[in-house]
Design a binder for this molecule. Structure first.
Ligand code: ADP
Ligand code: MG
Length: 306
């Protein structure tokens, strides 16, 4: 189950991962109220962030929902500093319109929630993620000095810039691994120390939330040398959801395909694709092979179904 950034940040905060305060709104009329709430916490710089289940929002484009040809604004995430009027206008423009990013596909996703949050000044963007490396049955922590950009691109073009540390399940995450990552990220002084706390908290969160992925891109070094999560993507392992009954409220059915919701009610592994040959297959591997054969024959599968 994918979470929105604002949900991920509120969970990570409980584990001591430093994140920005913010307020999620579903109607533009709530914008001023959100800003007042943040002002009460002493916040005076703001960022407005579309909440969709896809990355690349910053570099995405927002199109008019009723006229998909009309580009409304560039960027699904914008930093406004102290310019509240600009932020309000932007919030009104993008809410309930369609955000297209490199991860949404051309259809894009409707922006139904905005996260109005503290805007930060920082000096460096880094990349950090934790996920399961199935090839070795261990969790892997990946870090890179190339933060803020698509990690797929870094992996393809400069793979040496991605540092990987595998956690031995019998002993768990170790302090020396935190140092190894910090050295790899060229951290120094307070940022080096702060990162040890950051990664320890993030790893604990990853385990206790039963996450299948936690990605912080960018993780930033602030002007006063603190390490902070500026973005947070968390996916919870569906097989562990029974252990987290309270997460049911976090599921956003608006973000899911109606056919996939229907299939999940029957415990079917179903993924909608955009081809036109329906596949009803018994077993995931056979399903994959069937899809390959359809492709090879010049067709396009309409779905994956196990
Ligand atoms: P996405 O990965 O979907 O593009 P991010 O949350 O990473 O979304 O935001 C994109 C960019 O917007 C960041 O790389 C950063 O430059 C800027 N940004 C995001 N959040 C903040 C913030 N709280 N303060 C200042 N800038 C921000
Ligand atoms: Mg990001």
């Amino acid at each position: 189950m994918k979470l929105h950034e604002y949900q991920a940040k509120s969970l990570l905060k409980k584990f001591g991962v430093p994140v920005q305060d913010g307020v999620a709104i579903k109607i533009a009329g709530d914008f001023d109220n959100a800003v007042s709430q943040l002002r009460e916490k002493g916040i005076n710089q703001f960022v407005v962030k579309s909440q969709i289940h896809a990355g690349g929002r910053g570099k995405g484009k927002v199109f008019n929902k009723s006229n998909r040809e009309e580009l409304i604004v560039d960027g699904g995430v914008k930093f406004f500093g102290a310019n509240v009027d600009g932020a309000r206008e932007y919030a009104h423009k993008i809410l309930n319109n369609i955000l297209v990013t490199h991860q949404t596909g051309p259809d894009g996703k409707e922006v139904q929630t905005l996260f109005v949050a503290e805007g930060l000044d920082y000096k460096k963007e880094l990349y950090l993620s934790i996920l399961l490396d199935r090839s070795v049955s261990k969790n892997v922590i990946m870090a890179s000095t190339e933060g803020g950009v698509e990690i797929e691109k870094v992996a393809a073009e400069t793979p040496e810039k991605i540092i990987k540390v595998w956690v031995e399940p019998s002993v768990g995450f170790q302090a020396f691994q935190g140092r190894e990552l910090a050295f790899g990220l060229n951290l120094e002084g307070n940022a080096f120390k702060d990162f040890q706390k950051f990664i320890t908290a993030l790893y604990k969160a990853f385990e206790e939330l039963d996450a299948s992925m936690v990605e912080v891109n960018p993780m930033v070094i602030t002007n006063d040398d603190k390490i902070v999560a500026l973005d947070a993507k968390v996916t919870i392992d569906d097989n562990a959801l029974f252990r987290h009954k309270d997460f049911e409220d976090l599921r956003d059915l608006n973000e899911e395909d109606p056919l996939e919701i229907e299939a999940s009610k029957s415990n079917l592994n179903y993924i909608k694709l955009d081809g036109n040959v329906g596949c009803m297959v018994n077993g995931a591997v056979l399903a994959m092979a069937t899809m390959d054969i359809i492709k090879l024959a010049g067709g396009a599968p309409a779905n994956f179904l196990d």
